[in-house]
Design a protein around this ligand. Structure first.
Ligand code: NAP
Length: 558
């Protein structure tokens, strides 16, 4: 093994590509960079690889995309040798998988754990970033890839007294690596999104009491997870090429077959029978395999919501609790729906209680527990399942582009990007899996962005360029498309965190690509066929040195 870089203060560690974040996207980017012969280092704030799947290790954290559709497809050998035990794998298995990938492809020696980026400043003369990290090291990086994800900055609501609680307090998105002992404890869970939906039933049997503080109910439907049978394991392997083809090209990035009938093709009775089928179908197929007019017909989504409300009433025995669990202010898919196992059933247990914060808001947290308008309750553990500040990680990294402009200032009214890959004025910065990204199975879409970036860099190398940013016109066109198409998205500006609506004071602007993967593919195809004409490219030296010369002399070598 050769060493990465020198660490003396005169010659900052130099690298062609610096990647931030060891989640599924960052690891893939690292693999692709090394495959292309770039010198690359990946910095990760956590003490392990996995990103989301490192930090979110709360009980029952698991995929709600099918395991084999979320996992990597770049290596048939990897796909063949890894046996997912369940259609929707749990966090420990996912973390094992990502560690296996890091070892299998010898990525680990390029990864620096426990290392947080504190600033990244672009120098126009050298065409590179000076990246300062928490241990004081300065990296010099030609290309900076922020694979920092969109759900990586946990959000704690500003509840008075939150810090005063003297019991144990955890956020689902920042879960400790040492096990939390829930046995016999009095536990509060605040939040009933996807994370709350998973942890609530998981701990209900173990705890002495579980009090769920719900501000808004959600349309939670069954994940319908099960083990992958031996026969299915064989099929998954035998059909790799077809599966890969579907996942690489389908608009949703799932294997679910779109349904070819519109809701108007069926009678009311047939629709109810179809909804029953969907209720029993796996994960996201409730959306992706729903009627063909699902995304364009709010009446259909209202009818589907009413069907789910009926299910909630049939499962939850206490009618008042059932009613509180039924959303009244939004219909299905106006928010990203959770998929969980045994969520509604948990509220039938004698030790589980639901508090509706709409009726009795939290007044304060004290040293011993939580006070609502309805009274005070003592707790041993409070779990904050209160979500994330979407795409915030990228903005708080201290990135500065041309003329010292801070990304945070440039995006004070919301992100402006081209394809959710780059931003004008921030040359050589890439952010796959970031804002203006996927509305579907994330790793597939994020992988498309990484692949495109590598094509772009290969083109640049061939043509003697090493600095790239999108043109303002391309960025404006893409960002205007995002704003215009947001109106056609089923997600609601008032309710969905895709608009930043969960964070007080955050600009309300659409944060994902409402036109989906199809439009991303179209724009990528046009860009390729025009020799990437929507990007501005130039050549700069690394303190006067040329990258290729540096590579030959081993300055960047690993
Ligand atoms: P979330 O969906 O944003 O849910 C946060 C919850 O906290 C909501 O119930 C919210 O209520 C509540 N909350 C926020 N502020 C509050 C306050 N001031 N007082 C009381 N309650 C408050 O967050 P999440 O559950 O962590 O999920 C985020 C995303 O992560 C998911 O949508 C999904 O994309 C991903 N995820 C995926 C999985 C998986 O299955 N693979 C699992 C977990 C998470 P309001 O609705 O009223 O704001």
């Amino acid at each position: 093994m050769t060493s990465l870089v020198t660490h003396d203060s005169f010659a900052p560690p130099r690298v062609e590509m610096l990647i931030v974040g060891a989640g599924i996207t960052g690891l893939y980017q690292l693999y692709r960079a090394l495959e292309a012969g770039l010198s690359a280092v990946l910095l990760e704030a956590g003490e392990g690889v996995g990103g989301t799947w490192f930090w979110n290790r709360y009980p029952e954290a698991r995929f709600d995309s099918e395991s084999y559709t979320y996992a990597y497809l770049f290596s048939k050998e990897l796909y063949d040798e890894w046996r997912w035990s369940e259609h929707f794998a749990g966090q420990p298995e996912i973390e094992r998988y990502l560690n296996h990938v890091a070892d299998r492809f010898d990525l680990r020696r390029h990864i620096r754990l426990g290392t947080r980026v504190t600033s990244a400043v672009f120098d126009e003369k050298s065409g590179s970033y000076t990246v300062q990290v928490s241990d004081g090291t300065n990296y010099q990086a030609r290309y900076l890839v922020a694979a920092t994800g969109v759900l990586s900055v946990p959000y704690y609501p500003a509840v008075p007294g939150r810090e005063d609680f003297t019991g144990e307090s955890y956020h689902t998105g920042l879960w400790p690596t040492t096990p939390v002992d829930f046995k016999g404890k009095r536990v509060a869970v605040i939040g009933t999104g996807s994370s709350g939906g998973q942890i609530i039933p998981a701990i209900a049997d173990e705890v002495a009491s579980l009090t769920v503080y719900q501000r808004s109910p959600n349309w939670c439907t069954p994940l319908n997870n099960r083990p992958i049978t031996e026969e299915e394991q064989q099929e998954l392997r035998a059909n790799f090429d077809a599966i890969k083809q579907t996942l690489d090209t389908s608009l949703s990035g799932f294997l679910h077959q779109p349904y070819d009938r519109a809701s108007t093709d069926d009678s009311v009775e047939d629709r109810q029978a179809f909804y029953e089928k969907l209720w029993n179908s796996p994960g996201f197929s409730k959306m992706t395999a729903n009627y063909s007019d699902f995304f364009t017909n709010p009446d259909l989504r209202k009818e589907f919501s009413d069907f789910i409300a009926g299910k909630i009433r049939s499962i939850v025995t206490d009618p008042v609790t059932a009613d509180r669990l039924i959303p009244k202010s939004h219909i299905y898919a106006q928010k990203r729906p959770p998929y969980a196992t045994g969520f509604y059933e948990a509220f039938n247990k004698p030790n589980v209680k639901l508090i509706s914060l709409k009726e009795t808001p939290i007044q304060k947290v004290t040293a011993k527990g939580i006070e609502t308008e309805d009274g005070f309750q003592e707790f041993d553990i409070i779990v904050w399942a209160t979500g994330f500040d979407f795409a915030r990680a990228l903005q708080r990294m201290g990135i500065r582009g041309n003329n010292g402009v801070a990304l945070e200032n440039a995006w004070k009214d919301g992100p402006h990007t081209f394809m959710g890959i780059q931003a004008a004025g921030f040359p050589n910065l890439f952010f796959p899996g970031g804002p203006h990204g996927a509305a579907a199975n994330n790793p597939r879409y994020n992988g498309d962005q990484v692949d495109f970036t590598m094509e772009l860099l290969a083109y640049m190398r061939e043509h003697g360029h090493n600095v790239v940013e999108p043109s303002r016109a391309a960025e404006d066109e893409w960002s205007n498309m995002v704003s215009a198409m947001a109106a056609y998205s089923p997600f609601s500006p008032e309710h969905s965190y895709y608009f930043g609506s969960n964070i007080p004071g955050k600009p309300r602007t659409f944060l994902i690509n409402p036109a989906g993967r199809g439009v991303l593919f179209d724009v990528m195809t046009k860009s390729r066929s025009s020799q990437f004409s929507n990007f501005t490219m130039s050549q700069a030296g690394h303190d006067g040195a040329d990258d290729k010369v540096a590579l030959r002399t081993g300055e960047y070598s690993l």
